[in-house]
Design a protein. Structure first.
Lengths: 320, 129, 222
């Protein structure tokens, strides 16, 4: 596995620690103050922060710029990159640009189809797919060449991630696809948020059987629910999401004022269960428009403080 | 140019479900023109449109009861085509209600269908001459 | 075949506004097969336009004619006299046919009457589906005979994406996930190993992205 020296996230994982990442959605506007505010809420509670790339095909401040703003604050970004909007030329260019700005982690995705976004009339690109992108970033770093074979003046050595969805169909093939991503160069994966622990555990078992957990760091996604409505929306409207009925019922069984508390409780139980699963090397907290709760979750899950540089180097976690 | 001021209704009908001779004395409230077809599925979209071009205020398509088409699915095809033309009439602003399909059990039912058809007309824009 | 659909009548009507005599020219090949522009459709459109125009009081005379194909000069020529009699031509052929007509009858405005959409097949009566994007570099053997460039909304070569749900594409519940179909097909063919093989980025330079294409058959050029 490839652990670039100057990626903090890679450092935590290489030392055998349990990593924590969260997410930051850039604003629909040119004002970076939103990014700084979100960054400040997450700083110190996570090892790195994912910055989304025009998520749901809605124009937002670019992932590369938002990542650079976070890096400038001393917060380590995981720059998400989708293949929906840019061709291979632009993608490679942005990888070089990102690295030059101090960005060291990249998550390679295909991206939501623009049909769902605010400008469905736009032309999509999809010149290459997410696995091609993983390979591209890998080869640029490892071989120091771009896709045309040109030797780069400065190779971008990124810590490369991909997304994995244990809840999409067909189940068996999902592990084949995970293997493909690892073979292409993915060093870590972040999964779709876990509510169905049983299904997730099955997927992990298959991954272990294939020896994949030795080759990639799996960070399980978690999302604290805010309401029964949110649970239902995710269950019915979001592709590739599995929210079991009993979770929805549980969210509906408490009074509205207590819903968020219940959502956090479910999240903490999920995290505790995930830590017991062999091969899970961390969690990725997606607290959509609720970044304030990340600190509470990380603390309550006894994952705070995060390992500092010294602890990372010695392979210790602050709990030791 | 109209020779009479009575509404004109063109009735396309399957020869198997109707012999116009058997229609009880129709009301004198309209001009009826019957066009027989070997099967109602022989009705083509262009015939329906040309009937309107020829001056019809309304067009009726009479087909055999469902399940009773001697060619099995002819009346189903006619139904689909009539809906297609109704949508086209709406699209060009002519009001698709001027065109209707009815499953016909016997000739006795025709006057009621004619009355139903006439009832729709005043609500529709007049067909330009 | 090439599939097209008649433009909304209102749009056609507006485009005909400057003219008093229009030839509606149909095509007897692809657009006839998908019920958009053959002889029957010419007749229906002419009738519908006459009815529509009566209401707005516009004076417009239509001539109706259909030729075998509008993508070959040999057949387009036959429409010459009819074109000469009219102020404009409303072509119900695909975009290629409209352009071929416009090239030959450059002095007469040629207007499109249909929207050309895709290369497809008749999957069952009344259902035409898009199958081929004309990428110029066919790789159907790799994918069990199902094209991911055309049928996967994200053109994935190493699919499926995370949005595939119960065999359906995230883009629309009526759309099959092409990758689900590919996996099923490769399974049936005993070729599941193909799925483990990394498929590198597609070369687009033989597709439209590389510029409009030509085919020259020297054996046919005198």
């Amino acid at each position: 596995m490839n652990h670039p020296a100057d990626s903090r996230l890679a450092g935590v994982l290489a030392a055998g620690g349990f990593a924590v990442t969260a997410e930051c959605g850039p604003p629909r506007g040119a004002d970076p103050a939103v990014i700084r505010r979100k960054g400040a809420l997450l700083a110190g509670y996570v090892d790195a922060v994912n910055v989304t790339d025009n998520q749901t095909a809605i124009v937002r401040l670019s992932s590369i710029a938002a990542s650079a703003h976070l890096a400038a604050m001393g917060i380590e970004p995981v720059m998400q990159m989708v293949t929906r909007d840019r061709n291979r030329i632009a993608l490679q260019s942005d990888i070089l640009g990102a690295y030059s700005l101090g960005i060291r982690n990249i998550l390679c995705l295909s991206g939501d189809h623009q049909r769902f976004g605010s400008q469905p009339e736009a032309l999509n690109v999809f010149d290459i797919d997410s696995i091609n992108l993983v390979r591209t970033v890998h080869d640029m770093g490892a071989a120091g060449k771009d896709m045309s074979g040109f030797a780069l003046q400065g190779a971008p050595k990124m810590f490369i991630g991909a997304a994995a969805n244990p809840f999409a169909d067909p189940l068996d093939y999902r592990v084949v696809r995970l293997a493909k991503k690892i073979a292409a160069g993915a060093a870590f994966v972040q999964t779709q948020c876990v509510f169905n622990l049983e299904r997730f555990a099955r997927w992990m078992a298959m991954a272990r059987d294939e020896g994949l957990t030795e080759k990639v760091h799996i960070l399980a996604g978690v999302t604290p629910l805010k309401s029964k409505g949110m649970a239902q929306y995710m269950a019915n409207q979001v592709a590739g999401m599995d929210v079991p009925e009993d979770i929805i019922l549980r969210m509906g069984s408490v009074p509205k004022e207590k819903a968020r508390e219940e959502g956090v409780a479910i999240c903490l139980e999920t995290i505790a269960a995930l830590r017991q699963i062999d091969g899970v090397h961390g969690i990725h907290i997606m607290a959509i428009e609720w970044e304030e709760v990340v600190a509470d979750i990380v603390k309550a899950a006894r994952l705070w403080p995060r390992p500092g540089k010294a602890e990372q180097a010695e392979g210790r976690s602050p709990e030791d | 140019m109209r020779t009479s001021s009575l509404p004109k209704i063109t009735v396309f009908h399957c020869a198997n479900c109707l012999d116009p001779v058997r229609v009880p004395m129709a009301s004198s409230a309209c001009d009826l023109k019957f066009v027989a077809l070997a099967c109602s599925s022989m009705v083509k979209d262009v015939f329906l449109l040309r009937a309107f071009e020829a001056g019809a205020d309304a067009v009726v398509v009479l087909v055999c009861p469902e399940g009773a088409c001697r060619y099995v699915e002819g009346n189903l095809r006619a139904k689909k085509r009539v809906q297609w033309v109704k949508d086209l009439l709406d699209e060009i602003g002519m009001d698709g209600r001027r065109l209707a399909l009815h499953n016909l059990a016997s000739a006795e039912a025709v006057p009621a269908i004619v009355d139903q058809t006439l009832a729709v007309l005043p609500q529709s824009e007049p067909v330009p001459a | 075949m090439i599939v097209a659909e008649r433009k909304p009548v209102a749009e056609i009507k507006n485009s005909l506004a400057p003219y008093d005599k229009v030839l509606i020219l149909g095509c007897g090949t692809c657009v006839k097969t998908c019920f958009a522009g053959g002889e029957d459709e010419v007749a229906v459109l002419a009738s519908a336009l006459r009815l529509a125009l009566k209401q707005s009081g516009q004076q417009l005379r239509f001539e109706e004619l259909t030729v075998e194909r509008q993508c070959e000069d040999e057949f387009i020529q036959e429409a010459g006299p009819a074109v000469g009699r009219n102020a404009a031509v409303l072509s119900l052929a695909c975009g290629a046919g409209v352009q071929a007509l416009a090239r030959r009858f450059a002095a007469v405005p040629v207007l499109p009457g249909v929207n050309t959409t895709f290369i497809g097949v008749l999957e069952k009566p009344g259902l035409f589906t898009e199958e081929c994007a004309g990428c110029g570099d066919c790789q159907l053997a790799t994918f069990g005979g199902i094209c991911p460039f055309t049928r996967c909304a994200k053109k994935l070569l190493n699919g499926p994406c995370g949005g595939s749900r119960q065999g359906r594409c995230e883009v629309h519940p009526d759309t099959d996930c092409a990758w689900h179909l590919i996996i099923e097909r490769l399974n049936a063919l005993g070729q599941m190993d193909r799925l483990k093989t990394y498929v590198p980025p597609k070369s687009w330079n033989r597709s439209l992205a590389g510029g409009p294409r030509k085919l020259i058959r020297k054996d046919h050029v005198l």
